[in-house]
Design a binder for this molecule. Structure first.
Ligand code: MN
Length: 715
C-alpha cells in the first residue's frame, strides 16, 4: 500500500530507524490479522489503525504508542491475544492495546450530565497510562472523520457519545486541536442543518471581516514593534460548535457572536506577555472585566495565557490572547505536548515518570483557581485512582471507594437491596459477595425476599452507609427478638403470681412505662429479654404486689426453648446443649439468655442465683441444628477418617470441624469432631452407626471441640 509507505517515511522524521522498522512489522501483523475485514466505507480495515497511528504521529507520540495504535483493534476484532502481542511487540505495547480494548468494551447508556461526568472519570480511571486515552481519542477522531459511511442512526449515537464523553476529555487534557475537531465533527452529525448554515455563514463573514482583521493586525504589529516586543500575531476563529453554543446559551445572533474579532500574540517569555498587554491597552481601550490572567492562575488543564477584551476600532470588540511559545504548545497539544517536545528516545518508565511529573507540575500551578480541585481529582483518577466506577444493570454508573464490595454496591443502590442481597453476578458471573469491585464492572445483585444482612459483612464492607445499615438492621432484629423472649419471661413471672401478660390492662402498662422512664411496652420487654430488667420485678410492679421475698416464681411453668429465638437465646459453648439434654437458662445483663446443660460445671456457682437462672425446657420439636463435640478413638489405619466422615454424612449430619491428633505411631489414634445434630436421638443414631465401624474402639460426647485440648467430661 503506497499510503502506508508514505506514513512510514513521515514518521521517520522524528522516530529512530529501528522504531520505524518495528512499526512496519506491526503494520504487517495488523494487516494480516484484519485481512478480509472492511470498514463501512468499503476500504480494507487496516486503513483505520494506520490512520489512528498517524494522528498520534502528528503529536509525536513514542513508538510504543504508535505500535499499539496499529494493533488497537486486533484483540477485539480478531483472534489475536494479549500474550501474542506481548511476545511479538513487548509487554508495554500489549498493555496499551489491552487498555484500549477494555475501554472499547464499556458502553455508555444514559445521557444525563452527571452520568456523562462519571463515565468520563471512569475512562480516565481505567487508563493507568495516559497514552491509552490518547490512542482512544485518536481512534475516535478517525471514526468521526469517516462517519459519513455509517448508517444515520448509528452516526447520531456515535456523535452524541463524542460530544458527551470524548471531546470533553480531550478538552480536559488540554488537547485543543483534537478537542475542536472532535467537537465540530460531533456538531456536524448531530445537527447537520444547523452546522451547514453556520459553516456557510462563517465562510461568508470571512470576506467581510478580512479588511477589519487586516487593519487591526497591522495596528497591533506596529504598536509591538514600537515597544520593541518580538511577537508573532495571528487572527483566529472560533470553532463552529462553540459559536453555536454561545448563540444558544447567551441567546445571541450569529452576527453578534461573530462580531468579535480574535487575535493571538505569541512572544518569547513571560515578561514580554505583560509588556505586550500594556502596549495593547495603550492602543485600544480595554473593556472593563475583560482581563484574565491565566499565567498567574492557569486553567485546570494547564492552559496558560493572558486574555483581554478591547474596544476595537470599528465598534467591534477584540478578544486577545497573549502567551509564550511554550504556553502555546501546551495550549494546542495538552498532555501530548510532553511527547511532542521532549526527547523521544526515553525509556517507557522515564516517559511515564515525566508525564507524571508534568501532571504534578500542573497541579502545583493550580493555586486557588476554582477548577483545580476538579483537575486534581482527574489526575488522581489517572495516576492514583482511589475510586471505582461500576455499572448497575440499567447502565447507570456508581462511584464507590476503592476496595468496595458488592455489598457496598447493594446498599448504595438501595437499603432494601442491601438488606436482601444473597448473591452477586459481576459481568454475568456469580462471585462471592466479598469480591473487590473493579472499574467498569457490571454488577447484578441477586436478592431474596426473606434474606437478612449477615453480621460477617461488617468484616469487609468499606462504605459508611453499608456499615451503618447493617448495624442498624442487626440491632433492630436483636431488639425484636429480645422483646419476644422478654414477653415470655415476663409471662412466666406473672404466672407465678397468678396472672399473665394477656390479662394486663393498658392502665397497668402505662403506669409502669411512666414510673420506669421507659419509652414503650416493647422497650420494657426488650430490656427483660436482654437481662437489663428482671421479669420478676417488672411483674410485681405491674401487679403492684409488694415484697418479692418469696420463691413463687420457681414453681411457675418453664420457658420453652424452640431454638428459633435468634440472637436473644444463645447456646453455651462450654457444654453445647442439644435438645433432650436437661437445660437451664442464664440471663446476663445486656446479652440475653444463655442456655447451658443442667450439669455444666461453668455455671455451678451461678446456679443458686434465682434472679439470673430460669427454668427452661426444650420444645417437643426444634427446627435448628445444634453443635455437639465427639471424640473417637480408632485403630490407627489408613482411610479410617474417610470411613468415619462418610458414615456421619450418611446420617444427615454436618461436620463443622475436625481434628486428628498427630500420628504418634501408636496403635490407636484420637479424632475430635464438631457435628451438627437436631437432638439427642439423632446423636444416638449417629454414635450407633459409628460404633459399627470395625476400626472404632471408643466413642464419647465431650464438652470441648476439636480446637481445644481440655476435655472436661465424658459421658
Ligand atoms: Mn478503532
Amino acid at each position: 500500500m503506497p499510503e502506508a509507505a508514505s506514513y512510514f517515511k513521515e514518521w521517520s522524521g522524528y522516530l529512530k530507524p529501528e522504531d520505524v522498522a518495528r512499526l512496519e512489522t506491526a503494520y504487517h501483523f495488523s494487516k494480516a490479522a484484519h485481512l478480509g475485514q472492511f470498514r463501512a466505507s468499503g476500504e480494507p480495515y487496516i486503513s483505520h489503525p494506520l490512520a489512528v497511528a498517524n494522528i498520534l504521529a502528528q503529536l509525536h507520540l513514542d513508538a510504543q504508542a504508535l505500535t499499539a495504535a496499529l494493533l488497537h483493534d486486533v484483540m477485539e476484532d480478531t483472534a489475536v491475544t494479549k500474550d501474542e502481542i506481548a511476545a511479538q511487540f513487548g509487554k508495554p505495547v500489549a498493555e496499551l492495546v489491552d487498555g484500549v480494548s477494555k475501554l472499547d468494551r464499556i458502553e455508555f447508556e444514559t445521557h444525563e450530565e452527571a452520568q456523562a461526568e462519571n463515565f468520563r472519570k471512569m475512562l480516565l480511571a481505567m487508563a493507568r497510562d495516559v497514552r491509552v486515552i490518547l490512542i482512544k481519542l485518536a481512534d475516535r477522531l478517525h471514526n468521526m472523520r469517516t462517519l459519513d459511511a455509517v448508517p444515520p442512526a448509528k452516526r447520531k449515537r456515535v456523535a452524541r457519545e463524542t460530544s458527551d464523553i470524548y471531546a470533553p476529555i480531550a478538552n480536559r487534557l488540554g488537547l485543543n486541536a483534537l478537542y475542536q475537531e472532535l467537537d465540530d465533527l460531533a456538531f456536524r452529525h448531530l445537527y447537520p442543518v444547523r452546522y451547514n448554515v453556520l459553516f456557510k455563514a462563517r465562510k461568508a463573514a470571512r470576506g467581510n471581516r478580512r479588511e477589519v482583521v487586516g487593519k487591526v493586525l497591522e495596528a497591533i504589529k506596529k504598536k509591538l514593534e514600537h515597544g520593541k516586543i518580538e511577537a508573532g500575531v495571528q487572527g483566529r476563529e472560533k470553532h463552529l460548535y462553540s459559536i453555536y453554543r454561545k448563540m444558544r446559551e447567551k441567546k445571541l445572533s450569529f452576527a453578534n457572536v461573530l462580531d468579535v474579532f480574535g487575535f493571538r500574540i505569541i512572544v518569547k517569555d513571560v515578561p514580554s506577555c505583560y509588556l505586550a498587554l500594556g502596549a495593547l491597552h495603550a492602543l485600544y481601550k480595554p473593556i472593563p472585566g475583560g482581563f484574565k490572567d491565566y499565567i498567574a492562575i492557569p486553567k485546570a488543564n494547564g492552559y496558560q495565557s493572558l486574555h483581554t477584551k478591547l474596544f476595537g476600532p470599528f465598534g467591534s470588540p477584540l478578544e486577545i490572547q497573549i502567551r509564550t511559545q511554550d504556553m502555546h504548545k501546551i495550549a494546542e497539544a495538552g498532555v501530548a505536548s510532553h511527547w511532542l517536545y521532549k526527547s523521544t528516545d526515553a525509556s517507557l518508565n522515564e516517559l511515564q515518570q515525566k508525564t507524571h511529573q508534568w501532571l504534578q507540575s500542573l497541579l502545583e500551578m493550580q493555586s486557588g483557581s476554582g477548577d483545580s480541585v476538579e483537575f486534581l481529582e482527574h489526575v488522581k483518577f489517572d495516576l492514583f485512582p482511589d475510586e471505582v466506577y461500576v455499572f448497575t444493570p440499567k447502565g447507570r454508573i456508581l462511584a464507590l471507594p476503592r476496595g468496595a464490595t458488592p455489598v457496598d454496591f447493594a446498599y448504595a443502590v438501595h437499603t432494601d437491596i442491601g438488606n436482601r442481597c444473597v448473591a452477586v453476578k459481576i459481568n454475568e458471573e456469580l462471585v462471592p459477595l466479598r469480591t473487590e469491585l473493579r472499574n467498569g464492572d457490571r454488577i447484578d445483585i441477586v436478592t431474596a425476599s426473606h434474606a437478612k444482612p449477615n453480621p460477617m459483612w461488617l468484616n469487609y464492607v468499606v462504605t459508611g452507609r453499608a456499615r451503618a445499615q447493617i448495624r442498624h438492621f442487626l440491632k433492630t432484629v436483636q431488639y425484636e427478638e429480645s422483646a419476644h423472649l422478654g414477653e415470655r419471661l415476663l409471662n412466666q413471672a406473672l404466672g407465678a403470681l397468678g396472672s399473665g401478660v394477656g390479662t394486663l390492662s393498658d392502665a397497668q402498662w402505662n403506669k409502669l412505662i411512666k414510673d420506669s422512664g421507659a419509652k414503650s411496652r416493647q422497650d420494657i420487654l426488650g430490656d427483660i429479654g436482654l437481662g437489663k430488667r428482671l421479669g420478676v420485678v417488672v411483674a410485681r410492679r405491674l401487679l403492684a404486689v409488694g415484697d418479692p421475698h418469696t420463691d413463687e416464681h420457681k414453681s411457675s411453668a418453664p420457658i420453652i426453648i424452640r431454638g428459633s429465638e435468634g440472637m436473644a437465646v444463645q447456646f453455651a459453648q462450654c457444654c453445647h446443649p442439644i435438645p433432650g439434654d436437661p437445660i437451664i437458662g442464664l440471663i446476663n445483663k445486656g446479652q440475653g439468655m444463655l442456655i447451658h446443660t443442667h450439669d455444666c460445671p461453668v455455671i455451678a456457682k451461678t446456679r443458686s442465683d434465682p434472679d439470673k437462672v430460669f427454668d427452661v425446657e426444650w420444645a417437643p420439636e426444634t427446627k435448628k441444628l445444634f453443635d455437639v463435640n465427639i471424640r473417637i478413638v480408632v485403630i490407627n489405619q489408613r482411610g479410617v477418617l474417610a470411613k468415619v466422615a462418610a458414615e456421619i454424612a450418611a446420617s444427615d449430619s454436618n461436620i463443622d470441624n475436625v481434628a486428628v491428633a498427630p500420628d504418634s505411631g501408636d496403635q490407636y489414634a484420637t479424632m475430635h469432631f464438631t457435628l451438627q445434630v437436631s437432638n439427642r436421638l439423632h446423636l444416638a443414631k449417629i454414635l450407633r452407626k459409628l460404633r459399627s465401624i470395625p476400626e472404632v474402639v471408643r466413642i464419647a460426647r465431650v464438652n470441648s471441640g476439636p480446637g481445644s485440648s481440655a476435655q472436661r467430661r465424658d459421658r
